[in-house]
Design a protein around this ligand. Structure first.
Ligand SMILES: Nc1nc2c(c(=O)[nH]1)N[C@H]1C(S)=C(S)[C@@H](COP(=O)(O)O)O[C@H]1N2
Ligand SMILES: [Mo]
Length: 553
C-alpha cells in the first residue's frame, strides 16, 4: 500500500484505521442523538445497516435469515458493526493519506445513509438529518485528526505524508489545537509512557481525540436510542383507545379446559411470541404515523392515527400463528384485538378488478402480500391499534398493525404498518416470498399437547392430557388423542368465541406404568382431518402430529 518502499519500515501504526473507526463511531452516535431529537426513526446505524443487509452476498444473507428466525439479532448487529468498521477503517486510511479521498468516502457513506432513510415509506424531511449531521461530524473529526496525525520517525515521515495535493496539511500538526489545551498536568508523565522514545510526537493527542470520540459514541448510541424509546413509550401511554362500536363477544365460561399446565386462552401481551426481521424494534410516534392506501385504486387515501381512531372500531379474539412454527411449537398466540376493518377502507378506495394482492409495508421496509379477496370476504381483517385492552405493544407493531384471521403472519400481519398498496401477485413478491415461502399461506390445521410436558414422568392412574388446536377461520370441530398407536380417542373440546381462535381440549387418560407415546390431531369445520404427513415449515407451514413421550411410574 505504501507509495514507495521505505528503507527501514517503521512498525505499522494503525492511525488511519483508528481515525476512520473513531469518525464513523462518532457519526453514528451523533446520528442517534439527532434522530432522538428530531423524531425520525431514521438513525444511520439502522438505515445503513439495512442497506448493508440488502447488499450482503447470498451466503451472508442466508446466515442473516437464519439469524432472524432464531432471534440471533445480536449476532447480526455485531456483523453489521464489523462490516461498518472495515469500511470505516478504509476511509480513515484514505483520509490520513489524502484527506479529500477520505472525505469522499464519508460522502459516499452519507449518500447511502440519506438514500436508505429517505426511501422509507414514512420518510419526512427530517429523515436525512441524522445521517447528514453524522457525516458532517465524521468529516470534521477526520480533518482534525489529520491535522494532528503524528509523524513517523523522522526518516519515513513522507511515507504517510507523501501526497503532494493541495490538502497536504500535515504541517499543521505543530499548531496548537483545542485538544492540546486540554492536556492535564500529568500529561508529561503520560507522554513518557505512551509516547516512548520511538513514538512520534503528537501520538498521545491523536489517541486521546480518537479514543474520546469512540467513548462518546459508546455513550451516545444507546443513550440516543433510550431517549427516543422513552418518547415513544410516553406517546403510547398517552393513547386513549376508543370504545369498539362492535365489541368482542363476552368469552364463554367454558373457554378454558381448566387443566393445569395448559396455556391460557388469551395470551398475555408480555408472553405473546414475537417474530420479525427488525434489527431494532421500530419506534414510531402516533403523530408521525400515516397510512397511505394507493396503487391500483380509484381513490387513494391517506390516514393519520387520529383519523384512524375516529373510525368505527371492532374488537375480536383472533389467534395469530407463524409459518415457522414447528409442530408442537410456541409461535402461536391468541389476543383480543381492537381495530378498523380493512374491508371498509378497501371499499372506500375502490380497488381495480385485477388488484389481487394488497402489499403492506412497514416503517422498516418489511413487506407482506395478502390476497385482496381475503381482506374483503367478510372475515375480521383488522388494522389493529389495540391488543388485550392496551395500545399495541411496541414490539407487536405500535402504533398500527394488520391482523387477518386464517393467514400466517408473514402474509398478513404487518407490524409498524405505513402503507397498503393494491397490486397483483404477478407484479410483486413480498419479503418472504422472495425467500422461497409461499405467496398464498392459509393457516394449516394444527394441534398441540401442552400437558403433560414432553419427556415428563407422571403417576399411574388418571392423567389429564390437554392442549390447544387451531384452524383459524375454519374452526376446530374435533380433537383426538391416541396412545402408542392405539385407536384415536375423542377429546373434550372447550368453548370458543368464534372460528378465528384456537380451541382448548382435554382428554382423561388412565395411564398404565411404562413408557408411552401420546399423539394428537384435529379436524376442522370443513371436515378435513389434520394430516400426519411430516413436513418442515418451508414453504407454507409445518405438518404432522404433535407427538410426545412420557414415562408413567
Ligand atoms: N414489520 C414487520 N411485520 C411483521 C413481520 C416482520 O418481520 N416485520 N413478521 C411477520 C411474521 S412472520 C409474523 S408470524 C407476525 C408475528 O407477529 P408478532 O411478533 O406480534 O407475534 O408478524 C408479521 N409482521
Ligand atoms: Mo411468521
Amino acid at each position: 500500500m505504501a507509495g514507495r518502499p521505505a528503507p527501514e519500515k517503521p512498525p505499522k501504526q494503525w492511525y488511519g484505521e483508528l481515525a476512520g473507526v473513531a469518525a464513523t463511531a462518532l457519526a453514528l452516535g451523533v446520528g442517534e442523538l439527532v434522530a432522538a431529537a428530531t423524531g425520525g426513526p431514521s438513525a444511520p446505524l439502522v438505515a445503513v445497516g439495512g442497506v448493508a443487509v440488502d447488499a450482503a452476498p447470498t451466503p451472508v444473507k442466508e446466515f442473516a435469515v437464519a439469524a432472524f428466525y432464531t432471534y440471533d439479532k445480536l449476532a447480526l448487529q455485531a456483523g453489521i458493526v464489523l462490516v461498518l468498521a472495515v469500511f470505516a477503517a478504509f476511509i480513515g486510511v484514505l483520509a490520513m493519506r489524502r484527506l479529500r479521498y477520505g472525505l469522499a468516502g464519508v460522502a459516499v457513506f452519507a449518500v447511502i445513509g440519506v438514500l436508505a432513510s429517505a426511501t422509507r415509506a414514512s420518510a419526512t424531511w427530517a429523515y436525512p438529518l441524522p445521517t447528514v449531521a453524522g457525516a458532517l461530524t465524521a468529516a470534521g473529526l477526520l480533518v482534525l485528526l489529520r491535522r494532528i496525525l503524528p509523524r513517523r520517525s523522522s526518516g519515513s515521515a513522507q511515507d504517510q505524508g507523501n501526497d503532494t495535493g493541495a490538502d497536504s496539511d500535515v504541517a499543521a500538526q505543530e499548531a496548537p489545537t483545542p485538544v492540546q489545551g486540554a492536556r492535564s498536568p500529568s500529561s508529561d508523565v503520560g507522554m513518557s509512557v505512551v509516547d516512548g522514545p520511538r513514538q512520534p510526537p503528537g501520538r498521545r493527542r491523536f489517541l486521546a481525540l480518537a479514543g474520546g470520540a469512540i467513548g462518546a459514541a459508546v455513550v451516545a448510541v444507546p443513550g440516543g436510542r433510550r431517549l427516543w424509546a422513552q418518547r415513544v413509550a410516553a406517546a403510547r401511554a398517552a393513547v386513549v383507545l376508543p370504545p369498539p362500536s362492535s365489541p368482542a363477544p363476552p368469552l364463554p365460561a367454558k373457554v378454558s379446559a381448566r387443566v393445569p399446565g395448559l396455556e391460557p386462552f388469551v395470551t398475555r401481551n408480555a408472553d405473546f411470541y414475537r417474530i420479525d426481521t427488525a434489527l431494532t424494534v421500530p419506534q414510531m410516534e402516533p403523530k408521525d404515523w400515516q397510512l397511505k392506501i394507493h396503487g391500483r385504486v380509484k381513490r387513494p387515501l391517506t390516514l393519520t392515527y387520529e383519523q384512524l381512531l375516529t373510525r368505527p372500531m371492532v374488537e375480536r379474539y383472533i389467534t395469530l400463528s407463524c409459518v415457522s412454527n414447528e409442530v408442537g411449537g410456541e409461535l402461536v398466540g391468541n389476543a383480543r384485538w381492537l381495530g378498523v376493518p380493512i374491508k371498509d377502507l378497501l371499499d372506500e378506495v375502490e380497488p381495480d378488478d385485477g388488484a389481487d394482492q394488497v402489499v403492506s409495508r412497514s416503517v422498516d421496509g418489511y413487506t407482506a402480500g395478502t390476497p385482496t379477496a381475503a381482506l374483503r370476504d367478510g372475515r375480521d381483517a383488522l388494522l389493529a391499534v389495540g391488543m388485550n385492552g392496551e395500545p399495541l405493544p411496541v414490539e407487536h407493531g405500535f402504533p398500527v398493525r394488520m391482523v387477518v384471521p386464517g393467514l400466517y403472519g408473514y402474509v398478513s400481519a404487518t407490524k409498524w404498518l405505513t402503507e397498503l398498496e393494491l397490486s397483483r401477485f404477478s407484479d410483486f413478491s413480498a419479503y418472504w416470498v422472495r425467500r422461497d415461502y409461499a405467496a398464498l399461506a392459509p393457516v394449516k390445521t394444527q394441534s398441540r399437547i401442552d400437558t403433560p410436558a414432553a419427556g415428563k414422568r407422571v403417576e399411574p392412574g388418571l392423567v389429564m392430557v390437554a392442549g390447544v388446536a387451531w384452524a383459524q377461520h375454519r374452526g376446530v370441530s374435533a380433537v383426538e388423542v391416541r396412545v402408542d398407536d392405539g385407536p384415536w380417542q375423542p377429546a373434550q373440546l372447550a368453548a370458543v368465541p368464534s372460528v378465528d381462535t384456537w380451541r382448548q381440549w382435554s382428554w382423561p387418560w388412565q395411564a398404565a406404568p411404562g413408557k408411552h407415546r401420546l399423539q394428537v390431531r384435529a379436524t376442522d369445520n370443513t371436515g378435513q382431518v389434520q394430516t400426519g404427513q411430516v413436513h418442515k415449515p418451508l414453504p407454507d407451514g409445518a405438518t404432522g402430529w404433535h407427538t410426545i413421550k412420557v414415562t408413567v411410574a
